[in-house]
Design a protein around this ligand. Sequence first.
Ligand SMILES: O=C(O)CCC(=O)C(=O)O
Length: 303
Amino acid sequence: MAVKLTQDEIDFYHENGYVVARGVYTGEKLEQLRRETDAIIAKAAGVSEHNEVYDLEDSHSPSNPRVRRLKEPYRHFDYFDQVARDPDVVDIVAQLVGSDVRLYGGKMNLKSAGYGAPVEWHQDWAFYPHTNDDVLATGLLLDDCDEMNGPLMVMPGSHKGPTYDHHADGYFCGAMAPDDTEAASNLDYSKAVKLTGKAGDMTIHHVRLVHGSAMNTSNRQRRLLLHEYAAGDAWPLVGLKGDFDHCFYDLMVKGTPTNQPRTVAAPVRLPYPAALSGGSIYENQKGTGGRFFDTFEQKQASG
Ligand SMILES: O=C(O)CCC(=O)C(=O)O
C-alpha cells in the first residue's frame, strides 16, 4: 500500500523544513531501482569525461570508473522518468506543496564507499529560486544509510531564514563559505540532523533548507535519487530548464499547469554571475573559498 505522510509529519516538515517518509520503495520495486542503476553505472567504464549522463569523481579514470552523479536520469532513461512521475512519490509531494506538482530537475548522487564526494552546505533555493517557495527535493535511498556512509545533513528550521551568500570572488559557487558571518550568526552546524534511514526510505527537504553531506569514508555505498518538485504555480526565476512545452506541460507530474504564478516574499539571491566551473554542484563548489567537509583528495594529501 502506498505510503502517506501523517498530519504530524506534515506539520513537522513545515516547522523544520524536512521529513523522512519511511518505506516508500520496498521489495521488487526497490530491487528494480537498484538493477536499473547498476546497469547505467556499468556503462561508465570507458567514459573519460563528464557528459550529459555522468558526473565523474576527480579520481575517476576509464579503467577505474568512479561515477559521482547521474545527471537528470529521468531525461535519459524511461524507467527513471517513471520513477519521477510515480504516484507513490508524487502523492507524498502533493501533501506538502499542493495538488499541482511540476518536476523541475533530478539527479542521483552515488556517494561511493571510501571516496564518495562531499556536498558543501547550501540551499537549493540559491540555485533555482521560484516565485514562491512551495518547492522541495525528495531523496530515495537505494542503500541503508547510517551516520557513517554520508547521510544528507540538514539544519532544522533554516528554511525560514535568510538566503545565504553562495558566491566567491564575485561568482556563484553553490556553496556557503564556512566562515560566512551571516551564516555563522544564525547556524550552528554541530546541531545538524543526519537523515539516516533504510533503503527505500525517502528524504524530503524544503528548497530553502540549509543542507550538505560529508564524504563517504565507510565501506558501504550510499546512493540517493533526488528529484526537485515545485507547486504548479511556482515559476523558476532563472528560467525553464528546457523547451516550454516540455517544461510547462510534460513535466506537470500531477494536476494542471497555470500561467498565473503565485508570488510570495522570500529572499532571493540569483546564481549570477554564473559559476566559473559548471556542470554540477560538485564542479560549482570547486569555486568556494573554503571547505567545511574534507574531500578524498585532501584526505589523500594529508596521508
Ligand atoms: O547527496 C547528498 O548527500 C547531497 C545532495 C545535495 O544536496 C545536492 O546534490 O544538491
